[in-house]
Write a protein that binds this ligand. Structure first.
Ligand code: GZL
Length: 334
């Protein structure tokens, strides 16, 4: 199976043709005014994963604020982390003849049928945040979002820095994101790639999904600690699960950030606060503020110029050690 990077690299040409066709058909319809747009206003149908984390809340706000600023009529739905809800929301947008559909797919598989329906209706689709696995790359025009595999690699390199003075075994617990979701699959892959190449004494002794939620992180970490008293590192696929896990670590009479070093991904406000308290040792940022880029993409696609876009528009993001958190916190945008 193609991994995400090679898949995306291979799909550019077909997508350009397919995307162009969809846009051309849509823009033809758009000019006849029979689409969701009233006059010059573009109507965007957006299906959001849910409201599972601080990252998601910031991402939702960014999309809503950017649509308003761009004068785009936004139809927004929250799928509560259920793929069937996203599929029905996309079908509703097709029925309403919106001009463009955008969504963050909760998991990577199971989208071909509904995306083929959007293509048949001449409605171009833009992916935000997370990717899909499909053999038909004309089913969406572009993806705007982070490289999750690189984020996993970055988290492992941050852990190398956190463990610079560490002596002895490294027993890692991994809190995975939502099962089947691109960030969960790829962050685990990137982390393991660096781990295997860097230090053979590192061992992942427990790994399970906490579904990107605080409750999930707390519950799974409690179970980890029951089964493995020797855990001295936690790698969490997002800050919310790390924050939930901190409660279980403390309940077990251990000091988060000291007895159990913690590296996480996202960089939400509460993650930075936990770093200022020394409870999280480092965070690889994942930027949720995709709204403005998404609206620019929507306007380009609606104008029939989707083929001019890169197949994957990556977001810029940084890495933070706990020592940098206090200085960074006041100007953080999420
Ligand atoms: C990543 C995003 C993930 C975040 C989580 O781009 O899809 O989903 O890392 C969120 O916090 O729930």
């Amino acid at each position: 199976m193609l991994d995400r990077r090679s898949f995306l690299a291979l799909s550019a040409a077909t997508a350009a043709a397919g995307g162009l066709a969809a846009c051309a058909k849509k823009s033809d319809t758009a000019s006849s005014g029979s689409s969701g747009s009233s006059g010059g206003t573009i109507t965007l149908g957006f299906s959001q994963v849910g409201s599972e984390s601080g990252w998601r809340a910031a991402n939702t706000q960014s999309v809503k604020d950017a649509a308003k600023a761009a004068g785009i009529n936004l139809k927004f739905s929250d799928a509560q982390q259920k793929q069937e809800n996203q599929i029905s929301a996309i079908r509703n947008y097709i029925a309403q003849k919106v001009d463009v559909i955008a969504f963050s797919p909760v998991v990577v598989t199971g989208w071909d049928a509904v995306l083929k329906e959007a293509k048949a209706a001449g409605i171009p689709v833009v992916l935000t945040d997370r990717s899909v696995e499909t053999s038909d790359s004309s089913l969406y025009v572009t993806l705007v979002g982070s490289d999750f595999e690189i984020e996993g690699e970055r988290a492992a390199h941050l852990l190398e820095k956190v463990l610079a003075d560490h002596k002895g075994a490294v027993k890692i617990a991994q809190l995975e994101g939502t099962t089947g979701a691109a960030p969960a699959i790829e962050r685990a892959k990137g982390f393991k790639k660096v781990m295997d190449a860097s230090d053979p004494t590192w061992k992942i002794v427990a790994s399970q999904s906490g579904d990107f939620t605080r409750a999930g992180g707390k519950q799974v970490m409690a179970a980890f600690l029951q089964a493995h008293s020797d855990i001295n590192v936690l790698f969490a696929h997002n800050d919310d699960m790390a924050i939930g896990a901190i409660q279980s670590i403390q309940a077990a009479g251990k000091k988060p950030g000291t007895d159990i070093k913690i590296v996480s991904i996202d960089g939400v406000h509460d993650g930075f606060v936990a770093m200022t308290k020394g409870q999280i040792n480092a965070i690889a940022e994942c930027n949720p503020l995709l709204g403005p880029q998404l609206m620019d993409i929507v306007k380009t696609v609606h104008a029939g110029k989707g083929s001019t876009l890169e197949r994957w528009i990556k977001t810029k993001e940084g890495d933070y050690m706990a020592a940098q958190a206090a200085a960074a916190l006041p100007t953080r945008k999420y």
